[in-house]
Each structure stands twice: as C-alpha cells, then as structure tokens.
Design a protein around this ligand. Structure first.
Ligand code: G3H
Ligand code: ZN
Length: 278
C-alpha cells in the first residue's frame, strides 16, 4: 500500500532500526524493490530522482508506474522524488501521486537553501506530502568523489527549525555512486546530529558503505538508508552473465528477468539487515 515517509520512518526511529530507500531507474527496478520488500515483509521507499526523470525525458511514465506498484504492494511503500532541484518538478510529482519529496538545495547558499526549501515544505504539507532536505552536500553526484563534507549539528538544528522539513539528509562521510563498499562513516558526528535534530536522519551514498558499517550507522542514529548504485551493479551483473552465457539471446525478458530476480533477492537481503539493526 502507498505510504507516507514519516509513517514508515517514525516506527523505525522508535525501534532503532533502518528503512531501505532504493533508486528506481526502470520498471524492473521498481518491480524488484517491491518484490524484495514483500519477501522481507517490511516497509520500503522507492525513489525516482530528477536524473532518472531526465533520462526518461518525462516524469509521468516512470512515476505513475512506480505509484501503481506501490499501491498494489503488500507492504507499506513510499513513493519519493529524489534530489529534486527544480520546484516545478516537485509540484508535478505531487500531482502524480508521490507521497514524499527530497528537495536538494545543497548546492545553494545556506540562506537560499532555507528559503526555497521552506517554500517547498509549505506547498507539500498543504497536500499531505512530506519533505526531506539535504544540508552539507554529499559528493559524488557529478562523478567526483569527496567524503570530506560534514553537516554541523548547530546548522542542522537551525535548518530543521527554519524549514520544518520532515527528514534531514546529512553529510557524514559517504559519497554518491561508489562501486566499492569501503566507506567509513563519521559515527561520532551521526550521534551528535541525532541529538541535535528531532526528525529522522538520512544517509545518501550508501552503496559505498559495507553491511557492518550500515548497521553501526543505524545504531548511531541514521534511519533512511539510500541505496542506488549497488542495485544498478547487481542488475547489470545479472544482465552481463545472461548475455555472456547465451550470446544469441534477443528477447529482453530472457536477460532482464533473471537480473530483476537478482535485484529482488539483494533488496530482500538488505532490508532484512537494515530492519533488524539496533
Ligand atoms: O539519493 C540517492 C542515494 O544517495 C543513492 O546513492 O547510488 O551512491 O547508493 P548511491
Ligand atoms: Zn543521494
């Protein structure tokens, strides 16, 4: 069933567990994420990024399909717009049924980020949609890896108070689009951020973070765990194996289907890990 962001994050905060949030690029991702969540029997977040929308050249088909899959799911499923920098895209996504939005003003000045994010929050809250925002830019979105950015707890307190966001993405040592799972997080900072703000904290760039470090990060106070690249690697590895084994294949269902099953299995495994972490 289609769920709101805080509906799935608040119980996890209370339980000291995590919620997996997976990036959706194509229909097979969305199906695999729902199937994995149903197998693990836990809530999940499906997130469609502004970059995925640019890839499709349109928001409607991928978002409407994702909303339909979430509505039909046996578990609570949030449909979230990810890393949106254009407020017009927020409005379009909310009209199409997204229940949650990450507005990314992290490349703006602090003052501008506060002003634009607060506007987005007013628009979304009037429509019962929740908003995540980012403070302290998590690097790697442009292919340049930097894990040195840090969110200052005092800034986080002020930002949440000034914008009234429902969840906060923080920079604590991760970087986007990592293909090696070698990241060490600043867990001491996670604890101080947890004490400084009263909304759930979000980890971006979680593909580079090994399983045991994800568990420690949740114990330290992170709740929403965003994973994109790792699932892409799983899907692509599956397709590659199928095509290498059967070079004469032409029906995409024959190589996408098994790769989609691999993604569902990995989503199930990750959700079991995140939802049991304490
Ligand atoms: O917003 C999306 C996430 O931060 C995913 O990052 O592709 O590095 O796992 P990742
Ligand atoms: Zn991200």
């Amino acid at each position: 069933m289609l769920a709101g962001l805080r509906e799935v994050l608040d119980p996890a905060v209370d339980a000291g567990t995590g919620v997996g949030a997976f990036n959706i690029i194509c229909l097979e991702h969305a199906e695999a994420v729902i199937w994995g969540a149903e197998a693990a029997d836990v809530p999940v977040v499906l997130q469609v990024s502004e970059n995925a929308v640019l890839y499709h050249r349109s928001l409607e088909p991928i978002l409407i399909a994702t909303v339909a899959l979430a509505r039909n799911a046996d578990v609570p499923a949030v449909v979230h717009l990810d890393h949106v920098t254009d407020p017009d895209l927020v409005r379009a996504g909310v009209e199409l049924g997204a229940t949650s939005v990450m507005f990314d003003g992290s490349r703006r000045s602090y003052e501008e980020n506060v002003a634009v994010t607060a506007d987005v929050v007013r628009y979304c809250h009037a429509r019962n949609v929740q908003v995540e925002a980012e403070l302290g830019e998590v690097g790697g979105k442009d292919g340049v890896h930097s894990s040195t950015a840090r969110t200052r707890p005092d800034d986080a307190t002020a930002f949440v108070d000034d914008t009234e966001v429902d969840a906060l993405a923080v920079a604590v040592g991760s970087s986007h689009a990592m293909t090696e799972r070698t990241t060490k997080l600043d867990l001491e900072l996670v604890g101080r951020l947890r004490d400084a703000v009263d909304v759930p904290l979000v980890l971006h760039g979680s593909s580079g973070v090994p399983d045991d470090e994800l568990v420690r990060a949740i114990s330290a106070g992170l709740t929403k765990i965003n994973i994109g690249t790792h699932l892409n690697a799983t899907l692509t590895r599956g397709v590659r194996h199928q095509l290498e084994d059967q070079p004469r294949l032409v029906d995409p269902r024959k190589y996408l289907g098994p790769a989609r099953d691999d993604v569902a299995t990995e989503v199930e495994r990750l959700l079991r890990l995140l939802s049991k972490a304490t």
